[in-house]
Ligand binder design. Sequence first.
Ligand SMILES: [Zn+2]
Length: 87
Amino acid sequence: MKEVTCYKCDHCNKVVQTKAYMKKHEAKCFFNSKTRSCITCAHFKQDIYEPQGKVRWCNKSIDLTGGLNSNCPRHLNIEALTASENF
Ligand SMILES: [Zn+2]
């Protein structure tokens, strides 16, 4: 048996075996608010219906038909919003 070293993303549950690959992943991870992606945006909404599956949309009318966006000009960081509501 061999012991191996793994690297886990600071933003999601992804685990890989090389540090360089993880650095690349974290730079574009949808769960990293620095990528300004839908997952961390207050304007992103989704509902889950059976049997159709997920229905996703943007409250700022950004087109999501091609999948989730990154580097969105209308991104509103949901973490910053939640933090400000505590005051
Ligand atoms: Zn990640």
